[in-house]
Ligand binder design. Structure first.
Ligand code: GLU
Ligand code: ZN
Length: 282
């Protein structure tokens, strides 16, 4: 299926190699593969390895092995985000030239302490606008018009259009709306440790890879609104979105990579088979 698509559908699997893949990933990826197959399209694999503090090469090897064991199949070659920094840097420059960005020196801790509660507990705290140019004290060393440059040591944030209502139709759960500046705030596109944010890299790659539908977990549903703003600001067409409901454990807690008991690897070692696991989802 993957090498001779009958349609223009292009999907992707985009795991982050920060730990072992668990049952929740497997279910989302299975849905992604199902949708690509049903549409007669193709499926790509993207290694979202930009978080250098948490990603490990051994998790890349493990994730490929576990995906294959589970019965997933994709068109080679795998795309690796850490090899694509110049593309993200070009998008950063484009956004800055369009007046969409401002520099920010807040730490993650500053934002957590001053922010109002996030929209959902799966989302990041809403940025309070401390470094928006109009909020800076005259003595501030920040220069909003300076261009982003490697090693400038500041974060770059996307200024969201306050009060604008945004909408998309989720292929899984129907119409979704959010208000920029209320449901989410100005978000990072580049971090002061000189790495692109997930939001920026994801948008640049989904466009460059020609993805027509993004299938992923519902924890990223609110991020879709951020990404729609980026697609628009970059003049890129946005794909369709399908957010799968998250899997909960027996206590109703969201599965995360720390649930090692539910890692695909552990299940395999216990002699479980993918067929048997999938049968339980029916
Ligand atoms: N790599 C991201 C994650 O594992 C998902 C990115 C996406 O599907 O957009 O959370
Ligand atoms: Zn700031």
């Amino acid at each position: 299926m993957v090498n001779s698509p009958l349609s223009s559908y292009r999907g992707r699997l985009a795991p982050s190699p920060t730990g072992l893949l668990h049952l929740g990933h497997a279910r989302t990826f299975w849905v992604a593969q199902d949708r690509a197959r049903a549409a007669g399209g193709s499926l790509l694999l993207r290694n979202d390895d930009l978080d250098t503090a948490r990603c490990r090469p051994e998790f890349v090897t493990a994730m490929i092995e576990d995906l294959r064991w589970f019965g997933l199949d994709w068109a080679e070659p795998m795309i690796t985000q850490s090899a694509r920094i110049p593309l993200y840097r070009a998008a950063l420059a484009q956004l800055h030239a369009a007046g969409c960005l401002y520099p920010c020196t807040c730490s993650r801790r500053d934002v957590q302490q001053s922010a109002t509660a996030p929209h959902e507990n799966t989302d990041e705290p809403r940025y309070p606008g401390t470094c928006r140019p109009e909020n800076l004290p005259p003595t501030s060393p920040l220069k909003p018009h300076a261009s982003p440059s490697p090693g400038d040591g500041v974060n770059w944030r996307f200024r969201v259009p306050d009060g604008e209502s945004l909408a998309f139709t989720d292929g899984c759960s129907g119409p979704q709306t959010a208000v920029a500046g209320r449901d989410f705030g100005d978000f990072l596109v580049w971090r002061k440790d000189d790495a692109p944010s997930y939001q920026l890299a994801c948008v640049v790659d989904d466009a460059a890879m020609g993805i027509t539908e993004v299938v992923r977990g519902a924890d990223l549903r609110l991020s879709t609104f951020r990404q729609l703003l980026l697609f628009r600001a970059l003049g890129l067409p946005a794909p369709a979105f399908y957010h799968c409901e998250l899997m909960l454990d027996e206590k109703g807690v969201r599965l995360a990579k720390r649930h090692d008991a539910l890692a695909l690897r552990t299940l395999r070692e216990q002699g479980r088979t993918p067929e048997e696991i999938r049968a339980e989802w029916k």
